[in-house]
Design a protein around this ligand. Structure first.
Ligand SMILES: *Cc1c(COP(=O)(O)O)cnc(C)c1O
Length: 365
C-alpha cells in the first residue's frame, strides 16, 4: 500500500456512512416528513421555553457534567445520578461505548436489521461488527449467543428495534444476559421504550442495577421530540460510567440541550399526550394499511414497517416515488437489507390519513 498520504485506521474505509431519511419532496408544497421517527406532537412547551432562556448566555460553557440534567433524569427514573452519562444524542454514547470497549480485532454483535449506528461505531474502532440473522424480523437470542466468540466484547441490542418495530420480552433479554461471559458488555438501546405498551417488556433498568456488564441508552430524540438538540443518556455500573466519562468530550452536551432536557423529562403530561397519540394511530395505520393488501410488521414503537409485494410494479421503490410526489416522505430501508419495505413514522392525523389514501391509490393503479 502506498503510504504517500495519511491512512485512516483499519476498518474506517469499510464504513458505509449513515444516510439519514430524506427530508424533502422537490416541487411539493406541503411535505410530511415521516422518515426519521420524529414526534408529530413536538416538544414540551416547557422545554421550548427553557431552550429559549439559554439564548441570553451563549458565551458561557455548559456544565460539562450536565449535573442538573442527570439529577432530573435520576429523579424521574429513581436512579443514582452518578450512574448516568449524558451525550449528544444516544449516537454519541454508542460511539463512546465503542471507543472505550472495542479495539482492533475485537467483535461487537448486533442483530441483522439492527440500528446502523452499531456497525458504524464498531468499525470506527477497528473492531468487527458481527450481524446475527433475525427470525421473523425479530432479534434471535439463541443466534446471538451462538455468535459469541472469545473476541466478542460488546452486544448492541435495540429493544424495540429500528427499523423493524419488533421487540423481545424481558425474559429473553435476561436469558441473553445469563448466557454471556461477564466480560461482555450488553448495551440495551431503549430509544422507543416510552411507546411500548406490553406487559412483558422492560427497558432493563433492573438488569443494569443488578449486573456489572449491562448499560441502557435512552434518547431525547423520539418521545421528547428534541432531535435537533442532540441529547441522550445512559445508565450503567460505576466502572462503565467511569470509562465512558474518560473518553467523553468535556462539553459534549450543549447548554440549550441541558435546559430543554430537564424540562422535557419532567413534563409527564406532555409525554403522556405523545404516547396517547401513538397509541391511537399505530393500530389504526396497521389495520388500514393491512386492508390494502400490504403486510405490516407488528410494531410496538412510533413507526411501522410496510412490505410491498414487489410484483406488477408494486415495489417499495415505486411506492416511495409515488408517495413523495404527494409530499409523503417515508424511509427507504434498503440500506438495512430490506429493499422490499418502507418505514413510516407515525405522523399527525392528517399525514396518517393521507398515507393510507395514497397507498390505496398506489395499490389500485
Ligand atoms: C432514533 C434512535 C436512537 C436515537 O438516536 P439519537 O442519536 O439519540 O438521536 C437510538 N437508537 C435507535 C435504535 C434509534 O432508532
Amino acid at each position: 500500500m502506498s503510504l504517500s498520504r495519511p491512512q485512516p485506521r483499519p476498518g474506517v474505509l469499510s464504513i458505509s456512512a449513515y444516510v439519514p431519511g430524506k427530508s424533502g419532496a422537490p416541487g411539493v408544497a406541503k411535505v410530511f416528513k415521516l422518515s426519521s421517527n420524529e414526534s408529530p406532537i413536538g416538544p414540551s412547551p416547557r422545554a421550548l421555553e427553557a431552550y429559549k432562556g439559554v439564548a441570553a448566555h451563549l458565551e458561557d460553557y455548559p456544565d460539562g457534567a450536565a449535573t442538573r440534567l442527570r439529577e432530573a433524569i435520576a429523579g424521574v427514573y429513581g436512579l443514582d445520578p452518578d450512574r448516568i452519562v449524558c451525550g449528544a444524542g444516544s449516537d454519541d454514547l454508542l460511539n463512546l461505548i465503542a471507543r472505550a470497549y472495542l479495539a482492533d480485532g475485537d467483535e461487537a454483535i448486533h442483530s441483522q436489521y439492527g440500528f446502523l449506528v452499531y456497525p458504524i461505531a464498531t468499525m470506527g474502532t477497528g473492531a468487527k461488527p458481527v450481524s446475527v440473522p433475525e427470525k421473523d424480523l425479530t432479534t434471535d437470542v439463541d443466534g446471538i449467543l451462538a455468535a459469541v466468540t472469545p473476541r466478542t466484547k460488546v452486544i448492541f441490542l435495540a429493544n424495540p428495534n429500528n427499523p423493524t418495530g419488533t421487540y423481545i420480552p424481558y425474559d429473553e433479554v435476561k436469558r441473553l444476559h445469563r448466557g454471556l461471559r461477564p466480560d461482555i458488555l450488553l448495551v440495551l438501546d431503549a430509544a422507543y421504550a416510552e411507546y411500548v405498551g406490553r406487559n412483558d417488556y422492560s427497558t432493563g433498568l433492573e438488569l443494569v442495577a443488578e449486573s456489572e456488564n449491562v448499560v441502557m441508552c435512552r434518547t431525547f430524540s423520539k418521545i421528547h421530540a428534541l432531535a435537533a438538540l442532540r441529547l441522550g443518556w445512559m445508565v450503567g455500573p460505576a466502572h462503565v460510567v467511569d470509562a465512558v466519562n474518560r473518553v467523553r468530550g468535556p462539553f459534549n452536551v450543549n447548554a440549550p440541550a441541558i435546559e430543554a432536557g430537564i424540562a422535557a423529562v419532567q413534563d409527564a403530561e406532555h409525554i403522556e399526550r405523545s404516547r396517547a397519540h401513538n397509541d391511537r394511530w399505530l393500530p389504526w395505520l396497521t389495520e388500514e394499511i393491512g386492508k390494502l393488501g400490504l403486510t405490516v410488521t407488528p410494531s410496538v414503537a412510533n413507526f411501522l414497517l410496510i412490505h410491498f409485494p414487489g410484483t406488477n410494479g408494486k415495489t417499495a421503490q415505486a411506492a416511495d416515488a409515488f408517495l413523495t410526489t404527494r409530499g409523503l416522505v417515508l424511509r427507504a430501508v434498503a440500506s438495512y437489507g430490506l429493499p422490499g419495505a418502507l418505514r413510516m413514522s407515525i405522523g399527525t392525523e392528517e399525514a396518517n390519513r393521507l398515507v393510507v389514501q395514497a397507498l390505496g391509490e398506489f395499490m389500485a393503479a
